[in-house]
Design a protein around this ligand. Sequence first.
Ligand SMILES: [Cu+2]
Length: 151
Amino acid sequence: MIRRVSATLLLLLAAGAAAAAPAKSVTLIGRNDLRFSKDHITAAPGQKITVKLVNKSHLPASAMSHNWVLLKPGADAGAIDAAAQSAVDNDYIPASKSDRIIAHTGMVAGGESATVTFMAPEKPGDYEYICTFPGHFTAGMKGVLTVAPEG
Ligand SMILES: [Cu+2]
C-alpha cells in the first residue's frame, strides 16, 4: 500500500516537472529613434507570453506609429516589410504573408498601447520580430525572441 502511494506520488511529481512554464509578460516601448526598448526577449518552448507594445511618442500617428510582428523561422523579413507597405488598411500586416507571421499587435499611435498573447513556438531557436510602419524596419526596428528551455 505504501509502495503504491509512493509510485503515484512519483508520477505526479514527474507530470509537474513536465508542465509548461508559467505565463510571462513582456513590455516593449516603441521609440522615436525607431528601436524597440528591448531588441532581445526570451521564452520557454510553448510558454504563454503576452507582449505589450507601448508608444509614448508625442508625434502624430501618421508620423510615428509602431507595431510588433513576430516572424516564423526562415521568413524573409525584408520581403514581409515590403509587402506590408501596401497593407495600410490592415495595420501594415500583409495578408499575403500571414502564413509567415506567428503573432502581431495592431498599429499603436503615440499615447496608446496594444497587447498580443500567444504560445511561444515549441521549437527552440531565434525568431525575429519587426515593426512594419513605413521605414522603421529598414531603419533597424527589429529584435529577436529566443526560445530556449529554462534552467
Ligand atoms: Cu515602428
